[in-house]
Design a binder for this molecule. Structure first.
Ligand code: SF4
Length: 396
């Protein structure tokens, strides 16, 4: 008999991947907290800091609209360290992701990683696949204490990935960096964008993720912001089939699987579990282990503005001079995003809203209202007869 599908939430998958990175190590101040112990109204499970928007690539999907040059108002080294001091106030073992642009565009990157590590933060990194990501650079970052590196692969071949990334050679450089990370003992995460242009390559990408020895595959369902507006999202029906396939992958793959901006992956997994067992219909519905924009997730821009996610451009103010923890916990924007009973449309009527809640970023991108329904979800709650979200899709 095959194993029943389980609900591997974003937080579970992150924690499991992190636990893998700690295998055999003694407990430390940076040990990953138990996801079920985190009160997401008090602290984010993941805090992303976009250290720069500078990047040599010009990817079709870039949320940041990255440019080659660094912004003159980017947080300085001293301001960045003050931001990390604030992140420490969330509690021990806070997970911090340094993203971009390309974080390697900053010459103080290893210094920032070491500073955060010394504070007890779990510092991770999402560099771009460029020639600057050498084995020597990877080794320096490992020495500084980086805990995991996430690399993007959006095509399973050099031709498809490089076309998506707008740079010949990006695929080969990314694969070389992935192997360098593994050789340095650094846990590897692979990020993949799902849209009409990439969806047919997912099975081949899955094989590649396994071949590279990744601990986590993060599958991002396109939100049309930044340059991503030129790409075509897949339809809700196709997204449903992809998520069903991902639950199957997660049962046997040697790596964890999580979705980004697609919390209905949890709803799909719960429905599959119900179908595969005699579990009562309410099993699992009351738990809140997932993370969504502003609820377990926060994003600080290169100039210090705090957002619920990098894909939801509504800000709770600037944290360059302080206020990160207070704004995360108390701002009207973040508090409203954590109130699942305030959701509108079919998300508000949905019995899965407490474990899912829909992508608030996608709702905002499509309607300007972060509490509206997520238009990528095919599920219609029993008895719901209200308005349905409009969708734009291709690639079926
Ligand atoms: S309707 Fe909304 S809350 Fe319900 S499963 Fe879909 S996205 Fe999630």
């Amino acid at each position: 008999m095959s194993r029943p599908p389980h609900v591997d939430t974003d937080a579970d998958a992150e924690a499991n991947a992190d636990a893998g990175s700690d295998a055999g190590a003694p407990p430390t101040a940076t040990a990953p907290p138990d996801p079920s112990s985190i009160d997401t109204s008090r602290r984010p499970f993941v805090l992303i800091w976009e250290v720069t928007q500078a990047c040599d690539l010009a990817c079709d999907h870039c949320r940041a609209d990255a440019t080659p040059a660094r912004h003159p108002d980017e947080l300085t080294t001293a301001e960045g360290k003050r931001l990390l001091d604030q992140a420490r106030e969330f509690g021990p073992g806070q997970l911090v992701v340094l993203s971009g642009g390309d974080p390697l565009a900053r010459s103080d990157l290893a210094e920032l990683v070491k500073y955060g590590t010394d504070l007890g933060l779990r510092m991770t990194l999402t560099p771009s696949g460029t020639s600057s990501l050498t084995p020597e650079t990877v080794a320096d970052l490992v020495d500084a204490g980086v805990r995991r590196m996430a690399l993007s692969l959006d095509g399973a071949t050099a031709a498809s990935h490089d076309a998506f990334r707008g740079e010949d050679g990006s695929f080969d450089q990314t694969v070389a960096a992935a192997r360098a990370a593994r050789e340095a003992g650094l846990p590897l995460q692979i990020n993949t964008t799902v849209c009409a242009q990439t969806v047919d390559e997912l099975p081949a990408l899955c094989d590649l993720v396994a071949d590279l020895g990744a601990v986590l595959w993060s599958v991002f369902f396109l939100v049309p912001v930044g340059r991503g507006r030129v790409l075509d999202p897949i339809s809700p029906e196709r997204a449903e089939r992809v998520m069903e396939w991902l639950t199957e992958v997660s049962e046997d793959a040697p790596f964890g699987v999580k979705t980004t901006e697609a919390p209905h992956y949890r709803r799909v997994a719960i429905q599959r579990r119900r179908d595969a067992s005699d579990a009562p219909p309410t099993d699992g519905i009351g738990r809140r282990l997932g993370i969504t924009a502003g609820d377990g997730f926060a994003f600080v821009s290169h100039t210090g503005d705090l957002f619920p996610s990098g894909f939801l451009p509504a800000t709770a103010g600037n944290v360059r001079d302080g206020g990160l923890v207070e704004r995360y916990r108390e701002s009207d924007l973040f508090r409203s995003l954590r109130d699942r009973d305030a959701l509108g449309g079919k998300c508000g009527a949905c019995e899965f809203r407490h474990v899912c809640g829909g992508s608030r970023s996608r709702a905002y991108a499509h309607t300007g209202d972060p509490l509206a329904s997520d238009p990528l979800c095919a599920y219609v709650p029993d008895g719901y007869d209200g308005p349905m979200p409009a969708t734009r899709s291709a690639g079926d």
